[in-house]
Design a protein around this ligand. Structure first.
Ligand code: S3P
Length: 427
């Protein structure tokens, strides 16, 4: 049990761990590059360490000459070696799905497994990877996944759901296809870290409207990446500082890729006061510093088209909305049901237990906001890192504090989260 007491304000300057999805993508691509790549400011967490362990199991040499600088000896485009035991992706959907795309074009038979949560989530990549020619078996669409690599055929694939993981798996397999471009068609744009990374490596990838096209690679050159802070890890601080009057918090070196920063737009129309400054770019990703001050908020609605741009921040949005005058609603977010937990259920149940007036629908939630602190109480993370962080922010903005069961789940993406929160909390 971890307890977070009510706070008066968040004040200070912080930096948050590196973008989880770029650490994972960098590790996976480095493993099939020709030579040694370097990932700087690598953010160790359970999910990113799963990516390192996976590429090591596949024969890539992983070294860390100094903490946060990870060097990976790539084995070349088709040089990964099937390990004797299954590859454990832990809690990380990104590792399971993106790695499947790469393994589909390797020689040999590979098995991918995950923890209990990942084992209950849909694999989805099996469908397009089979169309490309790989033999893929699952447990009725769920992990474990067994992949027998093949000479892949390019395909044109229309995404059935807005999923960056599914999109990325097909694009990575497209790099390994025999001849001709592979096309992925999105209905709603999702995060584009994979596209930006492939282009920054000089690989051929184009986007026209909703169609993304990638050409087979001859080789992937070794690369070095400086990985900025993860907007999703900054988000709990953005929300807490917005809600606690008198806050003034700066968060430095945050990736502000517009496919990830939907929360800033939503906060903008609710009345939030967030300044984005010092804009620059790093390996094709926009980076900036954020300054957050507290502000009174008004209710808002979030519809399906906006969901992918803040999908991992919707739990925090529910808490924000509970403090915003009026009724807020989230629609078209059925993807939340297949995240690390069914986040429509877990968010509704935990916030309701803390005194928030929230109800669940099939594809989102509805929240009655009043600008007074929620009571507080106890909630469980259910092993979901985003729920554990939601509980902590709820504790800080509550009247009585919040006790979080299984708060250690934060280590999936952000091991030092509670210490960092404490370091900027004024009581
Ligand atoms: C991710 C994409 C999103 C997101 C997840 C990370 C990625 O998942 O929820 O936390 O790294 O591409 P989906 O692609 O399944 O929506």
């Amino acid at each position: 049990m971890t307890r977070v007491e009510p706070a008066a304000a968040l004040v200070g300057d912080i930096a948050v761990p590196a973008v989880k999805g770029i650490c994972q993508r960098g590790a996976l691509l480095a493993a099939i590059a020709d030579g040694e790549s370097e990932l700087r400011n690598f953010g160790h967490a359970a999910d990113t360490d799963s990516a390192l362990a996976a590429v090591a199991a596949l024969g890539a040499e992983v070294a860390e000459p100094e903490l946060g600088t990870v060097r990976i000896g790539g084995r070349g485009l088709r040089g990964l070696v099937p390990p004797a035991t299954p590859i454990d992706c832990g809690n990380a959907g990104t590792v399971l799905r993106l790695l499947s795309g790469i393994l589909a074009g390797q020689d040999g038979r590979f098995e991918l497994v995950g923890d209990e949560s990942l084992s209950s989530r849909p694999v989805r990549v099996d469908v397009p990877l089979r169309q490309m020619g790989a033999r893929v078996e699952t447990n009725e669409g769920r992990p474990p996944v067994t992949i027998e690599g093949a000479r892949l055929q390019p395909i044109r694939y229309e995404l059935p759901v807005a999923s960056a993981q599914l999109k990325s798996a097909v694009l990575l397999a497209g790099l390994l296809a025999e001849d001709g471009p592979t096309t992925v068609v999105e209905r709603t744009p999702s995060r584009d870290h994979t596209e930006r990374l492939l282009r920054s490596l000089g690989l051929q990838l184009t986007r026209a409207g909703m169609e993304i096209r990638v050409w087979p690679a001859e080789r992937i050159p070794p690369f070095s990446l400086d990985i900025p802070g993860d907007f999703s890890s900054a988000a709990p601080f953005v929300v807490a500082a917005t809600l606690l009057s008198g806050s003034n918090l700066r968060i430095h070196d945050v990736d502000v890729n517009p496919t990830r920063t939907g929360l800033l737009d939503v906060l903008g129309r609710m009345g939030g006061r967030i300044a984005v400054f010092n804009r620059r770019s790093s390996n094709g990703e926009p980076v900036a510093d954020l300054e957050v001050r507290s502000a009174p908020l008004l209710a808002t609605a979030i519809e399906a088209e906006e969901v992918p741009r803040l999908v991992d921040e919707l739990p925090l949005f529910a808490l924000l909305a509970s403090q915003a005058r009026g009724e807020s609603v989230v629609k078209g977010a059925q993807e939340l049901r297949v995240k690390e937990t069914d986040r429509i259920e877990t968010v509704t149940n935990s916030l309701r237990a803390l005194g928030v007036r929230i109800s669940a629908s099939d594809d989102g939630f509805r929240i009655r906001g009043v600008p007074t602190r929620p009571r507080g109480g106890a909630m469980a993370s259910s092993g979901d890192h985003r729920l554990a962080m939601l509980g902590a922010v709820a504790g800080a903005v509550s009247k009585e504090g919040v006790e979080i069961e299984d708060a250690e789940a934060v280590a999936v993406s952000f091991p030092g989260f509670f210490e960092l929160l404490e370091s900027v909390t004024q009581r």
